[in-house]
Design a protein around this ligand. Structure first.
Ligand SMILES: Nc1nc2c(c(=O)[nH]1)N[C@H]1C(S)=C(S)[C@@H](COP(=O)(O)OP(=O)(O)OC[C@H]3O[C@@H](n4cnc5c(=O)[nH]c(N)nc54)[C@H](O)[C@@H]3O)O[C@H]1N2
Ligand SMILES: Nc1nc2c(c(=O)[nH]1)N[C@H]1C(S)=C(S)[C@@H](COP(=O)(O)OP(=O)(O)OC[C@H]3O[C@@H](n4cnc5c(=O)[nH]c(N)nc54)[C@H](O)[C@@H]3O)O[C@H]1N2
Ligand code: SF4
Ligand SMILES: [Mo]
Length: 763
C-alpha cells in the first residue's frame, strides 16, 4: 500500500517571511536535492553542462542566459539545479513497480511521491477493464493509438496537449502531425499561463511576444516587476536586475505579497553576495490588492495626461504617438474619467504611493514593464496588459533600447512551441506556409484550447487525448471535472519522463510512453542529435543532452511522434517522417521554410549562443490591421469577495516545478514541512473567528452552485492584503471553477478564486 500522506505535514514550522533571496543557502539546498537524487559524478556532469554553449538548456524557466562570452561557468540558479537533478535522478520506475501498485493506489499517492519514484523506463498500457499497467512493446503501443485515431468520426475528436518543456523540433512535428491528421486541437500549458499576454500584445502591438533583450533590462532607467515572484520562479532575473541597479536603474515591484526576491538579492556566485548584505532590488514596493493592477496603470496614465496638461510638450512622446499609434484620443478621453476613489479601493494603495511612482516615471527616459502570472490569471488579465501597453506607448517606451514589454515566460520553451505552431488558432499565413511546404491543406477551423478540451471530453466530443510532456490533470482547473473528462475518453496517452497524476487518471485504454529528457543523449540513424529552444527574449539556441539515457527502452519525442504519424497517415512522399526521425537537421530545414525568422536555421543555430528572432516592434513596425500600435480603452471591475469570504490566489512554493512539489518547504516565505497551508491576513483571521494554525476546509463559491472543496488546510497568519489569501497550486486547483476564466484569453482565473474558510471537523 502506498503512503499517500505528504511527508511531514504535521511537522509544519513557520517563521517570518525572508527579506532577501539566494546566496550561500541556495547553493547548499540545490546540492542537497541533487545528491538525494543521484551520484556525485552525475550531479557534477549535469551541473557543468547546464546553459553552456555546448551543453543543454536548463529545463527550468525561460529566463535567457547572457551571451556566450559573458556567461559564468556556473550559469544556473538553485532551482535550475533542482530541476535538472530531478530529471537526472538515478531512481527508476520499472514494470515491477506497476505490478506492485494498482492504478487506484497510485491515484491516491501524492504528486510529490509519484515524482520521487524516478524516471519512467518502458512503455506501459492499461487495457480496458484492467486495474494495473502492464508492459507493452513500442509497435503495439503506437498501433493502439493509431487504431483509435483512425476509428474517430472526425479528427476533431482528438486532442494533442503540449507543455512548454517540449523543444522546437518535436513541437513542430507534433503540430504538423495534428494538422495533417485534420485538426487544430493543440491545447497547451500556455492556455493556462501567458495566453492573456499573447492576446493583449497581439491586439495592441501585432506580436504576442515580449520586445526586450537582456541588454535592454540592464540599460533601463525604471523596471516594473508586476505579478511575479522572480526569487523563486526566475531566479537569474535577479542577477539581471542587480546589473540594472548597478548601472543606476530603479525597480518598482507590484505584488500583494512581500516576496523575498523583490526586496534584496545576494548573488550566490559572487563573494559579496554570499557574505555581504546583497543588493536591494525594489526601490519601491506596492502591496497591491489582487486584481488591482489595471486600476494602478490607469491611474498612472491619468497622471501622465494631467502632467502633460500642466507642462505641454514635455511629458508625452507626441511624435511617436502621432506617427506610430492609433486610438489615442478615445483612450485619453476614457482615461481622464478614472475615478480616484475607485482606484484606491481597487488597489488598496494610497494616492501618495501612486504619485511617488508617477514621479519615478517622469524621471525615467527608458521604462520596461515585466510581468507574469499575477497579471495573466485574472478575469481582466487581457485588459490589464493592454493598459500596461497604453502606459508604455504614452512616452514612446516601445521599440527603443532600454524600453518595452517583458512578459516573463514560464517553461523553458513555451515561447518556442508557439513559434513552431503549437496553438489552436495559428494565423492563416502559417497554415498557408505549411500547405506550400507539405502539400496538404491544413484545417482552418480553430481548435480547442485547454479549458474547451475539458468540456469536449466531458460531453463526449473529444475521445482521444495525447499529452506530450506536462501533467494535464494537475495543471488544469476544476480537478474533479478534469478527472471525469479524461476518464470519459476512449484512449489517454502521455509521452513523459516521470510519473505523475495524469498517468493515474485513465481513459478506457491508457498508455505511458517514456521518453528522453533534456539532459539525455539523443542518438539517431545519422548520429548524435541536438534540439533547439527559444527563451523569453526570442533567443534561439541549441540544447544537447550529455547523459546516458535513463533506460535503453526510451524513445526520443521526435521518434515517437514520427512513428505514430507514419502509422496514422501512411507513407506520403511529402511527409518524410523517417527522414525527420533520422536527422533533426531535416526538420530544421523545413522549419526554416515555414516559420518566419528561421532562414538558414541549420547554419545559424551552430553559431555559439544561436541567434535572436527579429521582433518587428523593435523597428517600430506593428503587424496590426492599421500597421500601428493600438491604444485601447479598458474598464476595471472591482474584485470583491462577499462578506465572510476571501479572494484566494493559487501560487508556487520555492520547492516545486509547476504541478510537481520537490519538497514540502517554501524557504523564502518561512514555511517548512507542509504544503496544505493557506496564508491569511491577521485582521481577516480575527474577523473570521479563526486563529493561526487552525485547520480549515476551503470552499469555492461559484454561480453554478457546485460545491468545490479542498480539505485540511492549516491557516498561517501572513501579511497578505486584507480580503485576500494565498495557497499552493496544484493542491487548490480543485477550487478553480472550469467556467471561471479570463475574458478573451480563456485562461483560468487561478489568481482569484472566491473562497470561504470553514473550521475543519475531524471525522
Ligand atoms: N521554481 C520554479 N520556477 C518556475 C515555475 C515553478 O513552478 N517553479 N514555473 C514556471 C512557470 S510555467 C511560470 S508561468 C512562471 C510563473 O512565475 P510567477 O508568475 O512568478 O509564479 P506564481 O507563483 O504563480 O506567482 C505569481 C506572483 O504574482 C503575485 N500576484 C498574485 N495576484 C496578483 C495580482 O493581482 N497583482 C499582482 N501585481 N501580483 C499578483 C503573487 O503574489 C506571486 O508573487 O514560473 C516559471 N518558473
Ligand atoms: N491553480 C493554478 N493552476 C495552474 C497555474 C497556477 O499558477 N495556478 N499555473 C499554470 C501554468 S503557468 C502552467 S505553465 C501549467 C503547467 O502545466 P504543465 O506544463 O502541464 O505541467 P508540468 O508540471 O510542468 O509537467 C510536469 C511533467 O512533465 C513531464 N516532463 C518533464 N520534462 C519532460 C520532457 O523533457 N519531455 C516530456 N515528454 N515530458 C517531460 C514529466 O512527466 C512531469 O511529470 O500549469 C498551470 N496551472
Ligand atoms: S533562472 Fe530559470 S533557466 Fe536560469 S538556471 Fe534558473 S531555472 Fe534555469
Ligand atoms: Mo507557466
Amino acid at each position: 500500500m502506498v503512503d499517500i500522506e505528504e511527508p511531514g505535514e504535521e511537522n509544519l514550522s513557520v517563521t517570518a517571511p525572508k527579506t532577501w533571496a539566494t546566496g550561500a543557502p541556495a547553493v547548499a539546498h540545490a546540492l542537497q536535492y541533487a545528491l538525494g537524487q543521484t551520484s556525485v559524478r552525475r550531479t557534477a556532469l549535469t551541473l557543468l553542462n547546464i546553459n553552456q554553449a555546448k551543453g543543454f538548456d536548463c529545463p527550468g524557466c525561460a529566463w535567457p542566459e547572457p551571451g556566450p562570452g559573458q556567461r559564468h561557468r556556473n550559469e544556473y540558479c538553485e532551482n535550475g539545479a533542482k530541476h535538472i537533478s530531478d530529471e537526472a535522478t538515478s531512481r527508476r520506475v520499472t514494470a515491477d513497480f506497476f505490478g506492485q501498485h494498482s492504478i487506484d493506489e497510485l491515484g491516491r499517492a501524492s504528486d510529490h511521491w509519484l515524482n520521487q519514484q524516478g524516471r519512467l523506463t518502458e512503455p506501459m498500457v492499461k487495457r480496458p477493464g484492467a486495474d494495473h499497467y502492464e508492459p507493452i512493446g513500442w509497435d503495439e503501443a503506437l498501433g493502439l493509438i493509431a487504431d483509435e485515431l483512425r476509428a474517430l468520426d472526425s479528427p476533431d475528436e482528438a486532442l494533442f496537449y503540449t507543455s512548454g518543456r517540449l523543444a522546437n523540433e518535436p513541437a513542430f512535428l507534433l503540430q504538423l502531425f495534428a494538422r495533417a491528421f485534420g485538426t487544430n486541437n493543440l491545447p497547451d500549458c500556455s492556455n493556462m499561463c501567458h495566453e492573456s499576454s499573447g492576446s493583449a500584445l497581439n491586439e495592441t502591438l501585432g506580436i504576442g511576444k515580449g520586445s526586450v533583450s537582456l541588454d535592454d533590462i540592464y540599460d533601463a532607467d525604471l523596471i516594473f516587476v508586476v505579478g511575479q515572484n522572480p526569487g523563486t520562479n526566475h531566479p537569474r532575473m535577479l542577477s539581471a536586475l542587480e546589473e540594472t541597479k548597478r548601472r543606476g536603474g530603479r525597480v518598482v515591484a507590484v505584488n500583494p505579497l512581500p516576496e523575498a526576491g523583490l526586496m534584496r538579492f545576494k548573488h550566490p556566485q559572487k563573494a559579496r553576495g554570499v557574505i555581504g548584505r546583497g543588493t536591494a532590488i525594489a526601490d519601491q514596493f506596492l502591496q497591491i490588492r489582487p486584481g488591482g493592477d489595471l486600476a494602478l496603470f490607469q491611474a498612472l496614465n491619468l497622471l501622465l495626461l494631467q502632467a502633460e496638461d500642466e507642462r505641454p510638450g514635455t511629458v508625452l512622446d507626441h511624435g511617436f504617438i502621432a506617427s506610430h499609434t492609433t486610438g489615442f484620443d478615445e483612450f485619453a478621453e476614457h482615461a481622464r474619467k478614472t475615478d480616484w476613489a475607485d482606484v484606491l479601493e481597487a488597489t488598496g494603495l494610497s494616492r501618495e504611493e501612486i504619485e511617488e511612482v508617477h514621479a519615478r516615471v517622469l524621471d525615467s527616459r527608458r521604462i520596461i514593464v515585466c510581468w507574469a502570472m499575477g497579471l495573466t490569471q485574472h478575469k481582466h488579465g487581457v485588459p490589464t496588459i493592454r493598459e500596461v501597453v497604453n502606459f508604455l506607448l504614452l512616452r514612446g517606451n516601445i521599440g527603443r533600447p532600454g524600453a518595452g514589454v517583458c512578459p516573463v515566460r514560464g517553461h523553458s520553451n513555451v515561447q518556442g512551441d508557439r513559434t513552431m505552431g503549437i496553438w489552436e488558432r495559428m494565423p492563416q499565413s502559417f497554415l498557408d506556409a505549411l500547405e506550400r511546404e507539405f502539400a496538404f491543406t491544413p484545417p482552418t477551423k480553430h481548435g480547442l484550447d485547454s479549458v474547451d478540451s475539458i468540456r469536449a471530453m466531458l460531453d463526449g466530443r473529444a475521445k482521444v487525448f495525447l499529452g506530450v510532456a506536462g501533467n494535464f490533470v494537475r495543471a488544469t482547473p476544476d480537478s474533479d471535472a478534469t478527472e471525469r473528462a479524461l476518464r470519459n475518453c476512449r484512449l489517454t496517452a502521455h509521452i513523459s519522463t516521470k510519473l505523475n497524476r495524469s498517468h493515474t487518471v485513465c481513459g478506457r485504454t491508457a498508455l505511458i510512453l517514456p521518453t528522453l529528457g533534456r539532459s539525455d543523449r539523443d542518438v539517431q540513424a545519422s548520429g548524435e542529435q541536438f534540439m533547439t529552444v527559444e527563451d523569453s527574449m526570442s533567443e534561439v539556441h541549441a540544447t544537447r543532452g550529455r547523459l546516458g539515457p535513463a533506460s535503453d527502452q526510451l524513445l526520443a519525442e521526435v521518434s515517437i511522434i514520427s512513428r505514430l504519424a507514419r502509422l496514422v497517415l501512411g507513407e506520403q512522399p511529402t511527409l518524410p517522417w523517417e527522414e525527420f526521425e533520422a536527422d533533426y537537421d531535416s526538420i530544421r530545414d523545413r522549419i526554416a521554410r515555414v516559420v518566419p525568422g528561421f532562414d538558414d536555421f541549420n547554419t545559424r543555430i551552430r553559431h555559439p549562443g544561436g541567434f535572436r528572432l527579429p521582433n518587428p516592434v523593435n523597428q517600430q513596425k506593428f503587424n496590426t490591421a492599421s500597421g500601428k500600435a493600438v491604444f485601447t480603452r479598458n474598464d476595471f471591475t472591482m474584485l470583491r469577495a462577499p462578506k465572510g469570504h476571501l479572494i484566494l490566489q493559487t501560487l508556487r512554493s520555492h520547492d516545486q516545478w509547476n504541478t510537481i512539489p520537490y519538497a514540502m518547504d517554501d524557504r523564502y516565505r518561512g514555511i517548512k514541512g507542509g504544503r496544505r497551508v493557506v496564508l491569511v491576513n491577521p485582521a481577516d483571521l480575527a474577523e473570521l473567528g479563526l486563529a493561526d494554525r487552525d485547520v480549515v476546509d476551503l470552499f469555492s463559491v461559484w454561480r453554478d452552485g457546485v460545491e468545490r472543496r479542498a480539505d485540511g488546510f492549516r491557516v498561517i497568519s501572513y501579511p497578505t492584503p486584507p480580503g485576500s489569501a494565498a495557497a499552493y497550486y496544484p493542491e487548490t486547483n480543485v477550487l478553480v471553477p472550469l467556467d471561471s476564466v479570463a475574458d478573451i484569453s480563456n485562461t483560468p482565473t487561478s489568481k482569484a478564486v472566491v473562497v470561504r474558510l470553514v473550521q475543519h471537523v475531524s471525522t
